[in-house]
Write a protein that binds this ligand. Structure first.
Ligand code: SGN
Ligand code: CA
Length: 515
């Protein structure tokens, strides 16, 4: 039997077992609901619950509400910092080399066992609305309406079981409307639910909604200290990437300043806007363009200007997410669902907000490896709790299954976070996490690498370059200088390499040359 077939059969056996168990016990109705709110490229630095220098970027009061009434995880790392792989890891609880989605290019094998499939068989009503990005048809969902590919910000199309539909409006609001409509009118209310509400925003090209366009034009955001990083303390990969604000970020396409008005690209970019939307858009971006043309900026001044322009649009996209998170939280309150609903806020990976001079993600350096994770579970998490254990998006599937009282198949590779949510971290909890990025050659030219993160160190292996990097996270939290060759650290290196090997053995990672 091939592995796909085998996991389908395993899944079916499990489904039969779980279904008959719950049919006999009739316990289904007591199960907590699970609401997984997920965004795309939302940096933890841009969640004000994580922003220790209060007001540094922009407030996210509604997301913060989940943290104030729940638990904030300060060390949630992803297994592979890019979109489709992250989603495949979350669904399957398996690392990329086993779930088959190593990069954004592969199709997700929908015969694999996923947590929604098991929850559905355990008596849950399951739904996914928004960005999916796994190419295949979603399986294990009673209701699904997803964006094709990356989706569009304005007047988005949705793939539905009945075909493609187009909805006029702004994507973050439309996705929320659909999720609320399902919660209110479309689900079977005799069953607990698991809803994946998955935003497109704040993904590149950072198009703010009509209510947020231009809202930060008068604000100057603080620059990160390493905006003008020269990469001297790092290896070849950091020097040769293609993701700098300086060289990679485009004035027109990313920052909406079309220097040449006749540029055909402009039409392609904003051609999707309806007339009323375009009027609002032009009212904001035309004056910006005029001011830019008068500026004659070059060198560092140009980078500074681009950074501000980037942040204004990126953070404006997040304002709409935050408002819409508020709408959903309010709905849970007014419909008396809040008490029995676990709310999770997370993003598919982190993002650079100018740190190292970058935007985008992919690297194992902190800002892209780490993702926001905030969980509110009434009666369990307590309020305003903070957890700094090493946790991962690999853990989500088993966590959701444990919440539902369903067994996780042995092939899942994470750990349930339920004890941590109760405030009881087991003494045997992991002290390192495995990471592997594969998409090279590809957009932004980040070289393949694998490595481990502990609470104190990060060891990275850019194996096709034959280069290692090591960072002391306590002394050098910004990861500016690899100390792999520093004599003071020679003792720790064999220990970390051994730990890396044992994680690879445990997870069944093929040797890199076979990938
Ligand atoms: C697009 C973006 C890239 C981004 C990838 C992957 N370019 O290609 O900047 O890295 O998606 O993002 S864009 O001009 O089309 O926006 S991911 O979140 O889907 O992995
Ligand atoms: Ca993403």
């Amino acid at each position: 039997m091939n592995p796909g077939m085998k996991s389908l059969v395993n899944g079916l056996v499990l489904l039969t077992f779980v279904t008959s168990f719950y049919a006999c016990t009739g316990r289904v109705a007591e199960k907590p609901n699970i609401l997984f709110i997920f965004s795309d490229d939302h940096a933890y630095q841009a969640v004000s619950a994580y922003d220790f220098e209060i007001g540094k970027y922009a407030p996210t009061p509604n997301i913060d509400r989940i943290a104030a009434e729940g638990m904030r995880f300060d060390r949630c790392y992803v297994t592979n910092s890019i979109c489709a792989p992250s989603r495949a890891t979350i669904l399957t609880g398996k690392h990329s080399h086993l779930n088959g989605v190593l990069t954004n290019r592969e199709r997700f094998d929908s015969t694999m066992v996923t947590f929604p499939l098991i929850l559905q068989a355990s008596g849950y009503q399951t739904a996914i609305v928004g960005k999916w990005h796994l190419k295949t048809t979603p399986m294990g969902f009673d209701f699904w309406e997803v964006l094709p590919g990356q989706g569009h910000y304005y007047n988005p199309d949705f793939r539905t079981p009945e075909g493609i539909i187009r909805v006029k409006g702004y994507v973050t609001e439309v996705i929320t409307d659909k999720a609320l409509e399902w919660l209110q009118e479309k689900r079977d209310k005799t069953k607990p639910f698991m809803l994946m509400l998955q935003h497109k925003a704040p993904h590149r090209r950072w198009e703010p909604g009509p209510g947020q366009l231009g809202m930060f034009e008068d604000v100057i955001f603080p620059e990160p200290g390493n905006l003008f990083d020269d990469y001297q303390g790092r290896g070849t990969a950091a020097k040769e990437q293609d993701m700098t604000i300086d060289r990679t970020m485009r004035l027109d396409y990313d920052l909406k300043v079309w220097v040449d008005e006749e540029d055909q690209g402009k039409e392609r970019f904003s051609g999707r806007l309806a007339e009323d939307q375009r009027a609002l858009w032009d009212a904001v971006y035309e004056p910006i363009r005029e001011a830019y043309l008068k500026g004659n900026l070059t060198g560092k001044e140009m980078v500074r200007w681009k950074y501000q322009r980037y942040m204004r649009d990126y953070l404006a996209c997040i304002q709409s997410i935050d408002e819409n998170v508020g709408r959903v939280l309010d709905y849970l309150e007014t419909s008396e669902l809040a008490e029995n609903t676990i709310v999770i806020y997370n993003s598919d990976q982190g993002f650079y907000l100018g740190e190292h001079g970058w935007f985008d993600k992919r690297f194992m350096y902190e800002e892209s490896l780490r993702t926001p994770l905030i969980v509110r579970w009434p009666g369990v998490t307590g309020s305003g709790q903070v957890n700094d254990d090493l946790v991962s998006n690999l853990d989500f599937a088993q966590t959701f299954l444990a919440i539902a009282g369903a067994d996780a198949p042995d092939e899942m590779q994470g750990e349930s976070l339920v004890p941590l949510l109760h405030g009881n971290t087991p003494s045997t909890w992991r002290n390192s996490l495995y990471y592997h990025y594969y998409e090279f050659p590809g957009a932004h030219s980040v070289r393949k690498h694998e490595g481990i993160a502990t609470k104190s160190f990060k060891l990275m292996h850019f194996y096709n370059l034959g280069e290692w990097e090591l960072y002391d996270l306590e002394k050098d939290p910004d990861e500016m200088k690899s100390i792999f060759d520093d004599p003071a650290y020679q003792e720790i290196i064999p220990e970390l390499k051994k730990e890396l090997d044992s994680l690879k053995f445990m997870y069944g990672v093929p040797v890199p040359t076979l990938l």
